[in-house]
Design a protein around this ligand. Structure first.
Ligand code: NAD
Length: 473
């Protein structure tokens, strides 16, 4: 069967009204049982190994990195959902205004129906399974289209989903742009997309044709401001970790650093020390470290390498790193100074292990520079001065901010996670995700009386007096 026919077959199976209704009216116990089956699957040693091997083949992620950045976020999401789902699914009673005397009001959370999840390649397990968990929690069906670039993980995901779900509930369509394009023609009730702003626009345009709701988890240039009032070695270590995790291929990685001039040299030294400590403790070379990953594919290697070459040509100074090995898709953690906005590395999202560092003299300069970029997914402030923190918070816009920490904007399920315009549309995490995948139906119930008679025709000539009384109350 052609992929187009196969996609249509699964979509029709999932969108069968009886199927949708039965999932919509399913109990929290039913949904939790399905979600727990994912939990049990990934905790099984053999399954864990299969997924970890796939991630190693795709991104050379070590098993430890798979545990911390791919599995644990999913496990924690599942635990949170299992704890809270019963409460989230309850009708939420809200107050009614005086004009509605005798009536009660509540929000009924009902499933949207059929969800399409399109995933990226950088955290290909976590970023497809966490939205799936919330889609199931809200009583939906789902089709997952993982990234074709992380094809080993896509295969492992397909095996897992086939083992756990009937395809009328959850299915995986492997493939790339042609498959995604076919899927986007169908009138899904919601599309959850994680990827680049460029493709995000294609998704939103396709969704508009069916008036499908979207959540777009996008990227961009997330800056880190370092004003020099914190412990610089510890700050440099945090930045080095955020920048080099998964070889810099993380949507919330610090893209570039903007450092107060008096702390600049200490920061550069601290970054070098941290890189050596993380990946070269035995002095065998960073490329020999089991804990340092690789660039996903040749085209992304070429893209990141081109950013580096362009910066070098235009006068950037390599303070650390700079070694690349195309055959191995290896790019050494690299720190650049003497950079400016004419360089591509200061224009496009880097999504690789290169950190350009800019210096500043006064905080107004920082805001002026940052406000020339679209609002980022994350903005990091490393400062111990309340006045400076408040200034940066109040004069910039970002999807999320960490103060004196990095990479945590997506971790707390009580906080909304997501971008702003170019860095994303919609917010996820915890109840935010449950609501995102639910239709929030407003329900009004008359309990006693019939106060609205007052405004029925023929119109009461004293209506103005009546309104004056209502306004006073
Ligand atoms: P991408 O946009 O190239 O691809 C993402 C998905 O879209 C893939 O499944 C791909 O097959 C599909 N796709 C690509 N072109 C398409 C087209 N023309 N029509 C339909 N579908 C298409 O993104 P990527 O390279 O996988 O990921 C990198 C980007 O994702 C970065 O910008 C990064 O910041 C962002 N990202 C964001 C988050 C977040 O949570 N906000 C998380 C991870 C990555």
């Amino acid at each position: 069967m052609s992929t187009t026919k196969e996609i249509k077959r699964i979509y029709e199976l999932q969108s069968d009204p009886k199927n949708v209704l039965s999932l919509r009216n399913s109990s929290h116990q039913d949904r939790i049982a399905k979600i727990k089956s994912i939990y049990n699957y990934i905790l099984h040693e053999g399954n864990h190994r299969t997924i970890a091997e796939a991630l190693y083949k795709d991104l050379r992620k070590s098993n430890e990195e798979v545990i911390t950045t791919e599995m644990t976020p999913v496990i924690l999401t599942i635990k949170e959902v299992c704890k809270k789902l019963k409460q989230w699914m309850k009708d939420e009673h809200v107050p009614s205004p005086i004009t509605m005397v005798g009536m009660s009001s509540f929000i009924k959370y009902e499933s949207k129906g059929n969800i399409l999840i399109i995933g990226p390649w950088n955290y290909p397990f976590q970023l497809t399974i966490y939205p799936l968990v919330y889609a199931i929690a809200a009583g939906n069906t789902a089709i997952i289209k993982p990234s074709e670039f992380s094809s080993h993980t896509a295969k492992a995901l397909n095996i897992m989903i086939k083992a756990l779900f009937d395809e009328n509930e959850v299915a995986v369509i492997e493939g790339g742009v042609p498959e995604a394009t076919e899927l986007l023609k169908l009138p899904f009730n919601h599309i959850h997309f994680t990827g680049s702003p460029k493709v995000g626009k294609i998704i939103m345009e396709a969704a508009a044709k069916n008036l499908t709701a979207v959540t777009l988890e996008l990227g961009g240039k997330s800056p880190v401001i370092i004003d020099g009032t914190t412990n610089i070695n510890s700050t440099a270590e945090k930045v080095c970790w955020g920048k080099t995790l998964n070889s810099g291929q993380t949507c919330i990685a610090p893209d570039f650093a903007i450092v107060h001039e008096w702390a600049h040299q200490k920061f550069v030294e601290g970054f070098k020390i941290a890189c050596e400590k993380f990946y070269n403790a035995e002095n065998k070379g960073i490329d020999q470290s089991n804990d340092y990953g690789r660039i996903i594919n040749d085209s992304n290697f070429d893209r990141v390498n081109e950013l580096l070459e362009d910066a070098k040509e235009k006068g950037a100074k390599i303070e650390f790193g700079g070694k690349v090995e195309k055959g191995d898709k290896y790019i050494q953690p690299t720190l650049l100074t003497n950079v400016n906005k004419n360089m591509k590395v200061m224009q496009d999202e880097i999504f690789g292990p290169i950190l350009p560092v800019i210096t500043y003299k006064n905080k107004e300069e920082v805001v002026e520079l940052l406000n020339t970029y679209p609002s980022p997914l994350a903005l990091y402030i490393m400062s111990n001065k309340k006045e400076a923190i408040d200034y940066f918070l109040n004069n910039t816009v970002a999807g999320g901010t960490c103060i004196n920490e990095l990479m945590l904007t997506s971790v707390n399920p009580h906080l909304p996670f997501g971008g702003v315009n170019n860095s994303g549309v919609g917010k996820t995490g915890g109840k935010h995700s449950f609501m995102d995948f639910s239709n929030q139906r407003g329900v009004i119930k008359r309990k006693f009386g019939n106060s609205l008679k007052l405004i029925y025709p023929p119109f009461n000539k004293n209506i103005f007096k009546y309104f004056q009384k209502v306004i006073k109350i």
